[in-house]
Write a protein that binds this ligand. Structure first.
Ligand SMILES: NC(=O)c1ccc[n+]([C@@H]2O[C@H](COP(=O)([O-])OP(=O)(O)OC[C@H]3O[C@@H](n4cnc5c(N)ncnc54)[C@H](OP(=O)(O)O)[C@@H]3O)[C@@H](O)[C@H]2O)c1
Length: 168
């Protein structure tokens, strides 16, 4: 059996070995970091240029083809029925004007009738062939049914494009 003094000697030897290894590691760490930094500096720029050369031409070609096709076949919203909630102000109002310039027929919904009338007048000026206003509250299920029914009754179509401009 090893005596307690042998244990103490062994542990002091191992601890001095451990601290020496730690010192060696410490002295090696800056060298390793320098190597990593150097490699990154050397590789980062060519990698960036290579990825740009690889991905940008196909992306640019895709964009070019897409805009050419959009020019040849523009979205045809002429006489499509667009039903817009929250159309008396803000996002809904601006959407109404955008669809009006594309020749869509509009059904405008909100609670304030007077504001809806103003939006409808401007939409006519911008090119909407037909605009109806539907004052009411979208929080009321009866009003919602009435909006859809009135749109179908007026335009004779049962598939309006619903555009929701407000979160209810
Ligand atoms: N503007 C932004 O930058 C932005 C950004 C992120 C999210 N949003 C969200 O987008 C939504 C619209 O924004 P906005 O700036 O266009 O707001 P807004 O100008 O206040 O317009 C809200 C529209 O919803 C109508 N409305 C509200 N409650 C209604 C109800 N119970 N029944 C029927 N119509 C109702 C209002 O008309 P009446 O009062 O006449 O009913 C109005 O036309 C909001 O929910 C907002 O939180 C906006």
């Amino acid at each position: 059996n090893p005596s307690p003094s042998t244990h103490t000697q062994a542990s002091s030897v191992s601890s001095s070995l451990g601290s020496r290894q730690a010192c060696e590691l410490e002295s090696k760490r800056p060298e390793t970091m320098d190597l990593v930094n150097g490699a990154l500096n050397w590789a980062a720029m060519p990698a960036m240029v290579a990825s740009l050369l690889l991905f940008y031409p196909p992306y640019y070609l895709f964009k070019l083809c897409y805009s050419f096709l959009s020019y040849l076949f523009p979205d045809d919203l002429k006489r499509k029925v667009v039903l817009i909630t929250g159309a008396s102000s803000g996002i809904g109002e601006q959407l109404a004007y955008q669809y009006a310039t594309k020749g869509a027929c509009l059904a405008l919904l909100a609670r304030r009738e007077w504001s809806l009338r103003q939006v409808a007048d401007r939409a006519f000026e911008l090119g909407a062939p037909d605009v109806i206003i539907l004052p009411g509250d979208v929080a009321d299920p009866d009003d919602c049914n009435r909006f859809v029914q009135a749109t179908i009754d007026h335009y004779g179509r049962c598939k309006p494009v619903p555009v929701t401009a407000n979160l209810v």
